[in-house]
Design a protein around this ligand. Structure first.
Ligand code: FAD
Length: 415
């Protein structure tokens, strides 16, 4: 049986970064990466539309972690050890000059993920592709091994290493094992509790055809809400529904709640969250007094696009061809209610094309975030999206992969 000091399962961002760090920190260790796909780093290649938004500007780690609906608290310590600043330093030191855009997203200056991939692969890590792991056995001194899952959530008292079985029947042995598989059915056999996996970061579909006829309109600062959830930011009306930062934020923070609704709920849109409904009403009243001969549906006194305004007036049940002066107070109240609480029926979700992540994975309480080692099984480590960590769009997901991969590598090297 071929044996290694360390086997890393998964040749994605977390696994390959861990391998690169191990190659530098402990070149004497025999490290093998097993990747089921034909090429490593497949997601990194397509990340950020092929440009790879590899991290995000950070001036304060406690603010930075607010971008992680799951895992933020656990990542505070790790980010102090290897956070965005260290990531930028690492890639620049490895020949990838970076640029930080106005929105804080960090990309390679070359605008291509290939440069990130080349830097990661430069370490010369031993990567075996087309090598799917289908089972892990713990190695005990006196028996031939037992499946990890058979141990349930008990803390294991052995330190005998691991036997890794590939789908082609081959078996490999190692002293330490890093699982960086991103997710998938395989992790269910690890003896760790798994938080249910559901999509995060998506856009919404609606059946409201009058609304989608407004496709292309962007409103900068809106508040969107669903039962028990709310988020703020820009909103984009699409041909099928709604997208934009406010929507992505809602879908990320509400990933589990929204999955329970089967993505069918009434989303409320407050088009002017800086003002209360009463203030909107007063603005309309003032406008009516100042411009009684203007037509209600022609343009918006609250700065919204005229096409959107026309829809809000119609939804308020007010005839847009009427003059403002002829509008009773009740009509103004109805229009103000549409500005502050437009109801959009959501009928499903679409993936966000730029970045796609799943929430769920290995329960964080069962992992030591100093070392990324399992609290249940010495010698077993986790990194990347296989953990119940996910973030908003903007480079935060890859940052979690670099950080957890780095900590796992450092801990394995130090041992
Ligand atoms: C289209 C897209 C764009 C994205 N853009 C960005 C972005 O710009 N910025 C950002 O921060 N994040 C982005 N993300 C998210 C980011 O890519 C992921 O969060 C990150 O790549 C996770 O890395 P990982 O190594 O944990 O998992 P993965 O990248 O999923 O890697 C896991 C690897 O393990 C392998 N594997 C799985 N099971 C087995 C097995 N049983 N045996 C052997 N190998 C196995 C898989 O084939 C895979 O290669 C994007 C994601 C997508 C899909």
């Amino acid at each position: 049986m071929i044996s290694s000091d360390v086997i890393i399962i998964g040749g994605g961002a977390a696994g390959i970064f861990a391998a690169a760090v191990l190659a530098e920190e402990a070149p004497e260790l025999k490290v093998l990466v097993l990747e089921k796909g034909a090429k490593p780093l497949a997601k990194v290649r397509v990340s950020g539309g092929g440009r790879c938004n590899l991290t995000h500007e950070c001036s304060d780690i406690r603010t930075f972690v607010q971008n992680y609906p799951r895992g933020g608290a656990e990542l505070i310590g790790p980010f102090h050890r290897f956070g965005p600043a260290e990531t930028i330093e690492w890639f620049e030191a490895h020949g990838v000059p970076l640029v930080t855009l106005d929105d804080g997203c960090v990309f390679p200056q070359s605008d291509t993920s290939e440069d990130v991939i080349n830097a990661l692969l430069k370490s010369g890590a031993d990567i075996r592709t087309n090598s799917e792991v289908c089972r892990i056995l713990r190695l005990l001194p006196r028996d031939n091994g037992a499946p990890l899952a058979s141990l349930g959530s008990k803390v294991w008292k052995f330190e005998g290493g691991f036997n890794v079985k590939l789908a082609n029947g081959e078996q490999l042995a190692c002293k330490k094992l890093l699982v960086a598989t991103g997710g998938g059915a395989f992790i269910e056999g690890l003896g760790h509790a798994i938080e249910p996996c559901v999509p995060s970061l998506f856009t919404f579909k609606t059946s409201d055809k009058d609304f989608t006829a407004l496709a292309g309109i962007v409103v900068e600062d809106v508040r969107v809400s669903a039962p028990g959830l709310k988020a703020e930011g820009a909103l984009l009306i699409t041909h099928g529904g709604v997208s934009g930062p406010a929507v992505l934020r809602l879908s990320s923070f509400g990933a589990r709640t929204l999955a329970e609704t089967k993505y069918r709920f009434d989303m409320k849109i407050n088009w002017l969250p800086a003002q209360s409904e009463e203030q909107v009403f007063q603005t309309l009243e003032k406008f009516r007094a100042a411009s009684p001969r203007k037509l209600v549906g022609t343009w918006s006194p609250v700065g919204l696009s005229s096409r959107l305004w026309k829809l809000l007036v119609a939804r308020a049940g007010v005839d847009g061809t009427r003059e403002w002066g002829a509008c009773p107070v009740k009509a103004l109240r109805h229009i103000a209610a549409q500005v502050s609480g437009f109801v959009l029926p959501i009928t499903g979700k679409n993936p966000h094309r730029e970045e796609f992540v799943t929430c769920g994975g290995i329960r964080l309480k069962e992992v030591n975030f100093q070392s990324m080692e399992s609290r249940l099984c010495p010698g077993l480590y986790f990194a990347g999206e296989v953990l119940d960590i996910d973030a908003l769009t903007g480079g935060f997901n890859l940052q979690a992969a670099w950080t957890t991969g780095y900590l796992a590598a450092k801990a394995m090297a130090a041992d």
